[in-house]
Ligand binder design. Structure first.
Ligand code: C2E
Ligand code: MG
Ligand code: MG
Length: 437
């Protein structure tokens, strides 16, 4: 089946062909390259210039991409503004890098403007079977990760770099993560988040910990990076979500109707079933959706796939709120983020922890707070390690605070003790959203 607009293969046809070609390559020992190409800011362009200009642009990009292919290679449209190219009988990673360079050359020089004043750029990511991925879905994920990396770095294209999610010397595999979920090796820690205006507790962020029987404590970033390379990320996120909500329900029972903040992976945002699973978990623990806030990284929020946008909207339609984590580390603009159903941004700790010693960091923090407020967004500062930084952020009218100065992340039981020990916070009414008062 072909895509009716551009004439290239439709998503389903392309993906099933990719699966077949990868299976074939596994048998005959050949390599398959996958390139994903995404038009930057397509959604905005579509709105500003009109859908007919957007459609015209998609057709021209499809034509130009097709002109980069050798005989036997295949092109498909895998999402609204996303194309994928499958390169067969690839010899090496350099071959894929050459394909990326050619795509960049062709698109930057030869696409006639789709209309007066229409400028556009694309981001591309590539990956290689069997060097970087064991099957077609992993191949897609690696190409997507490379694409996001290229976009975050502001370069036109990038080949997936195995070192991308730094795995260190002791390799951990997706099956280890799967086993760890089944054998209860994971734990969730909770770190309080307080209101800067009055010191009241707003809630706690759930942070993943893995006490590995042989390797000791493995950090969450490494676990998530490994899990993201396979389907196990879905099981991991559901585990985190359920444990976080179970604990949140116990805080509410103990008289603390506070929020729980849960981190998500980009992969979760591309899963259209995710909002339904979230709804079920909330029902299981009999919690109001308003108590749950998801934290997504800035890079994930910049993912312009239609599917991601839909998942974000479905989540907010449930009544769950969204926050942009590690803000300031990517290249997004608040103007763009404001178009997403986002309620809060969290200033990355790299700006906060040194802000009293580095003038430029303080300038950035101040600017982010002012601008975010002008867009009606709440601001949390993370990584507050001392009282002076806390006080400065109060002066700057930052809304909420998190960091070692307030409390370190702690085990669930320790967090309940911490709640018991807090006397300064008047209790809110159970079920009521403490943020909108
Ligand atoms: P994050 O969401 O930005 O979480 C904040 C990180 O900063 C946590 O590291 C926390 O322990 C640390 N932190 C908190 N206060 C301070 C401070 O005052 N100073 C300093 N230097 N650090 C502070 P952690 O727990 O190692 O988590 C790292 C990242 O891993 C998180 O960053 C989040 O992006 C990711 N992560 C953690 N748990 C999960 C999870 O369940 N799912 C997903 N997808 N990602 C997770
Ligand atoms: Mg977070
Ligand atoms: Mg953060």
């Amino acid at each position: 089946m072909t895509d009716s607009l551009t004439g290239v293969l439709s998503r389903d046809t392309f993906l099933s062909l990719l699966e077949k070609c990868v299976a074939q390559a596994r048998e005959d020992g050949s390599r398959v390259g996958l390139v994903q190409v995404d038009i930057d800011h397509f959604r905005e362009l579509n709105v500003q210039a009109g859908h007919s200009v957007g459609d015209e642009l998609l057709c021209r990009v499809a034509d130009q991409l097709a002109s980069c292919l050798r005989e036997g290679d295949v092109i498909g449209r895998t999402d609204g503004d996303e194309f994928a190219l499958m390169l067969l009988d690839v010899l090496s990673k350099d071959h894929v890098a050459l394909a990326l360079a050619r795509i960049d050359e062709v698109l930057s020089q030869r696409v006639p403007a789709a209309g007066p004043g229409i400028h556009f750029t694309v981001s591309a990511g590539a990956s290689l079977f069997p060097d970087q991925a064991g099957d077609s879905s992993e191949l897609l994920r690696c190409a997507q990760a490379a694409l996001q990396d290229a976009r975050a770095r502001g370069v036109p294209g990038k080949v997936y770099d195995q070192a991308l999610p730094a795995l260190g010397t002791t390799e951990i595999h997706a099956r280890d993560v799967d086993k760890a979920i089944r054998s209860s090796q994971f734990d969730l820690y909770f770190q309080p988040k307080v209101d800067l205006a009055n010191g009241r507790l707003r809630g706690a962020e759930a942070l993943l910990r893995w006490q590995h029987p042989k390797r000791g404590l493995v950090g969450p970033e490494r676990v998530v990076a490994v899990a993201e390379r396979s389907d196990v990320i879905h099981a991991l996120t559901l585990w985190v979500l359920n444990v976080a909500l179970r604990n949140c329900a116990s805080w509410h029972q103990a008289g603390w109707p506070i929020h729980v903040f849960v981190n998500l992976s980009t992969v979760n945002l591309a899963d259209h079933e995710f909002p339904m699973l979230v709804q079920r978990s909330l029902e299981t623990w009999q919690l109001d959706p308003g108590v749950l806030q998801f934290e997504i990284t800035e890079t994930a929020a910049m993912d312009e796939r239609e599917q991601v946008f839909r998942v974000l909207e479905d989540l907010t339609a449930l009544g769950v709120s969204l926050s942009i984590d590690d803000f300031g580390t990517g290249f997004s603009s608040l103007a763009y983020l404001q178009k997403l159903p986002v309620r809060e941004i969290k200033i990355d700790k790299s700006f906060v922890s040194q802000m009293l010693h580095r003038r430029e960091d303080e300038t950035i923090v101040r600017a982010i707070i002012q601008l975010a407020h002008s867009f009606g967004l709440q601001v949390t500062a993370e990584g507050i390690e001392d009282a002076d930084t806390y006080a400065r952020l109060q002066q700057l009218e930052c809304d909420a605070a998190q960091g070692f100065h307030i409390a370190r992340p702690m085990e669930a039981a320790a967090f309940l003790d911490y709640l018991e020990g807090r006397q300064d916070v008047p209790l809110a009414i159970p079920g009521r959203d403490p943020l909108i008062e």
